[in-house]
Ligand binder design. Structure first.
Ligand SMILES: Cc1ncc(COP(=O)(O)O)c(C=O)c1O
Length: 473
């Protein structure tokens, strides 16, 4: 039998008598389930001493609650919380926040959530064992990142992206959001409020983070293939930096043609604009080979490539990297040295072991197969429905479905009531009227869950007789 910890606080200035205060707080603790039938209350004398009150006050409170049926006296065995069928009596350990248990039933198609499997991976566990066993790690991790991880990232980029980089060109980050803060901090050494051009629609978190870090966001309307160099040439205000998602426009899902990439680099070089290439999910190509990274193309512009482990492993890690070169690279390294790293050394070591042992590439291969399968499911279920336009399926872990009616927000609300969480496309737009549609993340759900969710959604969107809208995948 466990003795209860009692959360009692007394207000000696209150007109409410002390015995009533003790009784009321114990009653609340029992009703909330904080005190359970397996709990024994402390002896009255001890409780009185702990609370700094007379024993008689505690006895009166216990008697009151016994009379109400909340407590039972066991003689020498002490006073216990009574078993009452009307009171929730699940053990404390089993109880989760109400919101969490409710959410567990929802099929969550929020984008940005990858397959959860790496943490069950044997190699992942042994990587952590190796990291834990490393001796003599009592210093701060290096500001630019643990060498072994910088080397592993450079190797990974060479294999997965055909990008020849030196480990010295890598800065380990706490993911893209941290990388963007670092970049804004660096730009602020030159100008108090750097202007950063972003795609519209685009990644709302990037807009929010860069604004919070002190940047001013400028937007340019794009279609699924991203920025066009003609749009850049027409800009009146030249920004300090431009953030693009050339491999997989976020969220619309196309890719920037090589000619446009070269045009972007030329314009950036002419105007001294820093190019930020958000390469968030290029490992997951389903139907076409990835185009070369902007950072690998020739030209004199400064390009920073932002990589993340949030999609190919898990956002729970909060880890990513930057590939930095040239003058901007030196400045970013100096800023990172000044600010220090937010990334735990032990996480970096474990990741390095995992990558060196081939764990990441095996996980990516497995996940790619899973995603490709779910992508086919999406195409089967929604691809040929009249009135729907399905896109962004070329790669990644999400798809976009556009339709004229009903309103996407209305669909999202109704779907949630039926147990499916989806995100309207409108949230990705900044300065222009949004298109009507949904972004469907399929990384973290099972095939069965996805199938169920798609049946529910298919019943709500797309009408008969409107004809499918063809779109090049
Ligand atoms: C466009 C884009 N870039 C980057 C990321 C990764 O961000 P982070 O590394 O901060 O988790 C995401 C995650 O959803 C994303 O959608």
């Amino acid at each position: 039998m466990r003795e209860a910890e009692l959360p009692i606080e007394l207000d000696r200035n209150s007109p409410n008598p002390l015995a009533a205060q003790v009784a009321s707080q114990l009653r609340t603790a029992i009703l909330n389930g904080l005190l359970q039938p397996e709990h024994t209350l402390p002896a009255t004398r001890r409780l009185a001493t702990e609370l700094g009150i007379s024993r008689g006050v505690v006895v009166r409170a216990f008697e009151q609650l016994s009379g109400e049926g909340f407590l039972v006296s066991n003689g020498a065995g002490g006073t216990k919380v009574a078993v009452r069928p009307d009171i929730n009596s699940r053990p404390l350990e089993d109880r989760k926040p109400r919101s969490a248990s409710l959410q567990a039933d929802v099929i969550d198609l929020t984008p940005g959530r990858p397959s959860g499997s790496p943490f069950q991976d044997r190699q992942w566990r042994s990587a952590w064992k190796l990291a834990v066993a490393e001796q003599g790690k009592i210093q701060l991790p290096p500001a630019l990142g643990v060498t072994a991880l910088r080397v592993a990232v450079a190797d990974h980029l060479a294999v997965s992206r055909g990008l020849a980089v030196d480990a010295d060109d890598i800065i380990i980050t706490g993911g893209t959001s941290d990388a963007l803060q670092l970049i804004v901090a660096m730009l602020r050494n030159h100008t108090a409020q750097p202007r950063i051009l972003v795609e519209d629609p685009g990644y709302p978190t990037a807009r929010r983070v860069m604004t919070a870090a002190g940047a001013r966001i400028q937007t340019v309307p794009v279609d699924e293939n991203g920025l066009k160099s003609s749009q850049l040439a027409a800009l009146k205000d030249v920004p300090d930096a431009v953030l693009v998602t050339p491999s997989h426009q976020y969220p619309l899902g196309g890719r920037m043609a090589v000619q446009e990439r070269l045009g972007l680099l030329k314009w950036a070089e002419q105007h001294g604009v820093l190019v930020l290439e958000d390469d968030y999910d290029s490992e997951f190509r389903h139907s076409r080979m990835p185009l070369p990274a902007v950072a690998s193309l020739p030209g004199g512009a400064d390009v920073v490539l932002l990589g993340t482990f949030s999609k190919n492993l898990s956002p729970w890690l909060r880890c990513g990297y930057l590939v930095v070169r040239g003058d901007a690279g030196q400045q970013l390294k100096a800023t990172r040295e000044a600010l220090d790293t937010p990334v735990a050394g032990i996480l970096q070591s474990a990741l390095a072991h995992y990558m060196q042992d081939g764990g990441l590439s095996r996980h990516v291969t497995r996940a790619r197969r899973e995603y490709a399968h779910r992508r086919s499911l999406l195409m089967d279920r929604l691809g040929s429905r009249p009135g729907l336009e399905l896109s962004a399926l070329d790669g990644g872990l999400h798809a976009v479905v556009r339709f004229t009616h009903p309103e996407a927000a209305e669909v999202a609300a109704k779907a949630l009531a039926l147990g499916v969480r989806v995100v309207p496309l409108s949230g990705y737009y900044a300065d222009r009227p949004p298109e009507n549609g949904l972004v469907l993340g399929y990384g973290a759900v099972t095939d069965l869950q996805l199938s169920k969710a798609l049946s529910i959604l298919a019943g709500m969107i797309g009408g008969v007789g409107e004809g499918p809208v063809a779109r090049q995948l």
